[in-house]
Design a protein around this ligand. Structure first.
Ligand SMILES: Nc1ncnc2c1ncn2[C@@H]1O[C@H](COP(=O)(O)OP(=O)(O)OP(=O)(O)O)[C@@H](O)[C@H]1O
Ligand SMILES: [Mg+2]
Length: 336
């Protein structure tokens, strides 16, 4: 039996852009799926197709046991959605926004009022509750939008980048709200650019790139697939970074990642502590000073980078791929 959210071969094109190129997903009831991918990968388009906001060109989708293409109205009654861009009525106050949503879902006035007050409290908006939403900061709007998605507790929730723009404290608090929600049996699909968030909240992670799911599994499974440990070196002198990259090339099992501003080099290795000692000796022989060196397990960031050729949260994601990234991407497709 398909899960609470199921998609098979979803395709959506916009003119020449193939935003979805055959997306398959299956999210068991009561679990969280984290959808990760670089900008433009097709995350929002997937969410919009599954929440009836967009009709896919082809493919199949079933949400809460209902066929999305055949019975969009029934699906809408079973889901909650918080979109990538907060959708609140600017001229209503926070409280009015939430009460309005309750009324739209046929709650009685008293119940809608009580629920609004509860959510305002939970999302730390009580002080601003009676100001028009247009006076809210970005993070406050975000929180109001999320609260609006939770007025009724639907069995299936979609959240598109729920914590983008929230400060760390509010992000942590939202994670707690999400955990409570899921422990109550809600199924959740969430997209995020924060790998830590996916690591923390998601039972399963699907990595999307170019409109396809290129890898799926638990965080640990994905990390294991990315291969062994990483050696991380912080080079003392920026001028010597190229020489250090050269040294690592001789020991590594893959490309070295260079983080210019922190002078940090990272390379996948097999061979553990013994290899680390050899690297230190070789760097020393060549007179390359280091501030720090260590061995660590792969992180979800490494997974993301090796699968998509993009670093998560990097600032140049909108740029066309550099040729080496393209090569890496193609090389990794065989992993699937
Ligand atoms: N309404 C639209 N018209 C034309 N192109 C679109 C439309 N919506 C999405 N696209 C294109 O489809 C592709 C996927 O977009 P989508 O918004 O799903 O990406 P995303 O993974 O959510 O990215 P981000 O991380 O930036 O939010 C992009 O190339 C985008 O430009
Ligand atoms: Mg998006």
């Amino acid at each position: 039996m398909p899960g609470a959210i199921y998609a098979e071969g979803l395709v959506k094109t916009f003119g020449d852009v193939r935003a979805l190129d055959g997306v398959d997903l299956d999210v068991p009831e009561g679990t969280v799926l984290g959808l990760l991918g670089p900008n433009g990968a097709g995350k929002t388009t997937t969410v919009r197709c599954l929440t009836t906001l967009l009709r896919p060109d082809s493919g199949k989708a079933v949400v809460a046991g209902v066929d999305v293409l055949r019975h969009p109205d029934a699906v809408r009654r079973s889901i909650g959605l918080s979109g990538q861009f907060a959708a609140v009525d600017e001229y209503l106050t926070g409280r009015e926004n939430l009460q309005m949503v309750g009324r739209l879902y046929q709650m009685r006035a008293k119940a809608a009022k009580a629920r609004a007050a509860e959510l305002l409290e939970q999302f730390h908006l009580t002080d601003a509750a009676d100001r028009p939403a247009k006076t809210y900061s970005g993070g406050m709007r975000r929180r109001l939008d999320l609260a609006a998605a939770l007025v009724v507790s639907p069995p299936v929730m979609f959240m598109d980048e729920p914590t983008t723009g929230l400060d760390p404290r509010n992000r942590q608090q939202l994670w707690e709200v999400i955990k409570q929600l899921v422990s109550g049996g809600t199924t959740l699909l969430l997209t995020t650019q924060y790998l830590e968030e996916a690591d923390h909240l998601a039972h399963d992670i699907a990595v999307v790139d170019h409109g396809r799911v290129i890898a799926q599994g638990t965080s640990d499974q994905l990390k294991a697939r990315t291969g062994g440990e990483r050696v991380e070196v912080v080079v003392q002198d920026r001028e010597r970074m190229a020489a250090a990259v050269e040294v690592l090339r001789g020991f590594g099992k893959g490309e070295t990642t260079v983080e210019e501003h922190t002078r940090r080099l990272t390379v996948p290795v097999t061979g553990g502590a013994k290899l680390l000692a050899e690297i230190i000796r070789e760097l020393d022989t060549r007179g390359i000073g280091i501030d720090d060196i260590g061995l660590r397990r792969p992180t979800l960031d490494d997974v993301f980078l090796s699968l998509t050729g993009h670093a998560a949260e990097s600032t140049d994601q909108d740029q066309p791929d550099a040729p080496h990234q393209q090569k890496e991407r193609n090389g990794k497709e065989a992993v699937k």
